[in-house]
Design a binder for this molecule. Structure first.
Ligand code: BES
Ligand code: MN
Ligand code: MN
Length: 451
């Protein structure tokens, strides 16, 4: 039986209150807000009928939220993972309604964190609450581990799962933090890319110099950044870091066959999702391959010199570029860091010093689709959406997926309800309300099938 209209509407009202808390994990000024958002979901899990809930801390970061209901001995244990932190909101003036004042327009709710990942995490909380209210119990054992710093690198949970805590023991991890291939197409995500995120620091002259007096003789760290970046990736999008592609594994024939059945129109993707005049990337690879099964090198920001209004003639003393590499199976983050650091030093022009400073990293992950958990999820979503479940990969990263598998041997099921046009990490982030409501029913149905 699906959850009642009344239950779903109350779930939405409570989600709206949660979305009002600006839990931006990467900005120190929001530390207390992140904490408040963690406490809000802990209290909600308590109210949902979980028998034990608490905040767990590791180091100086944001707390994790743990909850459990273990009243089904002999049945499987499902560990739900989600994150209650969100990305920063800039550029603020591009939002049609303020990011922390949720607004429903048509079938969508707009606010930061609606799709990534408070709205999707709320599906998990409410599915469990609905079943406990209806049946007085759950058909399987359920645990929750929610983190408050996924968008900032996930240090605390990585350390915690590394300790292999007995409390997190489970048969499967279930995550709603990915997207569906298209509206009305229930989707299981079968692979995520890993990431190495860091900064290229370049030091040149002892202090800023007059660019007229010294230009022509003094090295320029910003030019050095440009030279280094273009030495790392060519104009076709091929990464030039020696050894970088050595471990890259091709998707299997089965997987490629599954991708070939997905409806995809490149012109529409260019126009509606990317919004530029042309796509780029490695020749000879499809868009699915380029975004799901090939590694990348991207630059996110360059800092240095004068960036204010008007002109200032200066040769800056230093410059920094924020960069990341997305990794695919079987690349190893430590190895990629070493390769990048070596390539950066090798590409450094004379007169300046360049070094790579690692901020965070995570390995790629692939999901084995043959287990009963993936099968149960696919058929639960099929029943609720009335359409066949499709399998795709995603180019994004959820660092803890690999950590759960490698450290604790627990596989993940990625049953996400976001949509490609949800604007995650972007202005006007939204969540499609029919997916929120169906998500609650699909997760509940999934638990029933496992019980
Ligand atoms: N939920 C996303 C990852 C994602 C997005 C997976 C879309 C599949 C489809 C997650 O919150 C995220 O943004 N991860 C970061 C990782 C990071 C900061 C370590 C990412 O991918 O940039
Ligand atoms: Mn997310
Ligand atoms: Mn995110």
């Amino acid at each position: 039986m699906p959850a009642s209209e009344g239950f779903k509407n109350r779930a939405l009202e409570e989600l709206i209150e949660w979305l009002r808390i600006p839990s931006v994990s990467s900005l120190p000024e929001h530390k207390a807000d992140v904490e408040r958002a963690g406490e809000y979901v802990r209290a909600a899990l308590d109210k949902a009928g979980m028998t034990r809930t608490e905040l767990i801390r590791r180091g100086q970061g944001h707390p994790m939220v743990y909850a459990e209901w273990l009243g089904a001995p002999g049945k499987p244990t499902v560990l739900f993972y989600g994150h209650y932190d969100v990305q920063p909101t800039d550029p603020l003036d591009e939002w049609k309604s303020p990011p922390f004042e949720p607004e429903i327009r048509g079938n969508d709710i707009f606010a930061r964190g609606t799709s990534d990942d408070k709205g999707q995490t709320w599906i998990l909380v409410k599915a469990v609450q609905w079943m406990i209210e209806r049946d007085g119990r759950l058909p399987v054992n359920v645990k929750f581990i929610l983190e408050g710093e996924e968008e900032a690198g996930g240090e605390a949970i990585t350390a915690y799962v590394g300790e292999k805590p007995a409390r997190l023991a489970a048969d499967v991890v279930v995550i709603c933090d990915t997207e569906m291939f298209a509206p009305e197409m229930p989707t299981i995500c079968t692979g995520l890319r890993g990431i190495v995120y860091g900064e290229i620091h370049v030091e040149g002259p002892r202090q800023d110099l007059h660019s007229g007096v010294y230009g022509g003789a003094a090295p320029n760290p910003l030019m050095a950044i440009a030279e280094i970046l273009t030495a790392l990736k060519d104009r076709d999008g091929r990464i030039l870091v020696p050894g970088f592609y050595d471990r890259v594994v091709k998707p299997s024939a089965d997987e490629q066959a599954a991708w070939a059945t997905l409806p995809f129109n490149e012109a529409e993707y260019l126009e509606k999702e990317v919004g530029s005049t042309s796509l780029t990337g490695e020749p000879g690879f499809s868009v699915f391959e380029r975004t799901w099964s090939r590694p990348t090198f991207e630059v996110h920001g360059i800092k240095g010199g004068f960036t204010g209004e008007g002109a200032k003639t200066v040769i800056p003393a230093r410059a920094v570029a924020k960069v990341s590499m997305r990794l695919v199976a079987d690349q190893d983050p430590d190895e990629a860091v070493g390769q990048a650091a070596t390539a950066i030093e090798a590409a450094c022009p004379k007169g300046v010093k360049a070094k790579f400073v690692l901020l965070h990293d995570a390995g790629p992950s692939l999901v084995d689709t043959s287990n009963r958990f993936v099968q149960a999820s696919a058929s639960a979503m099929e029943e609720v959406f009335g359409r066949k479940t499709v399998y795709m990969r995603s180019g994004g990263s959820i660092p803890i997926v690999g950590t759960f598998l490698e450290n604790m041997g627990i596989p993940s099921v990625l049953m996400g309800f976001g949509l490609p046009d949800d604007n995650i990490h972007s202005p006007n982030e939204k969540f499609h309300l029919p997916n929120f409501f169906r998500g609650i029913d699909a997760v509940a149905r999934f638990l029933e099938k496992l019980g």
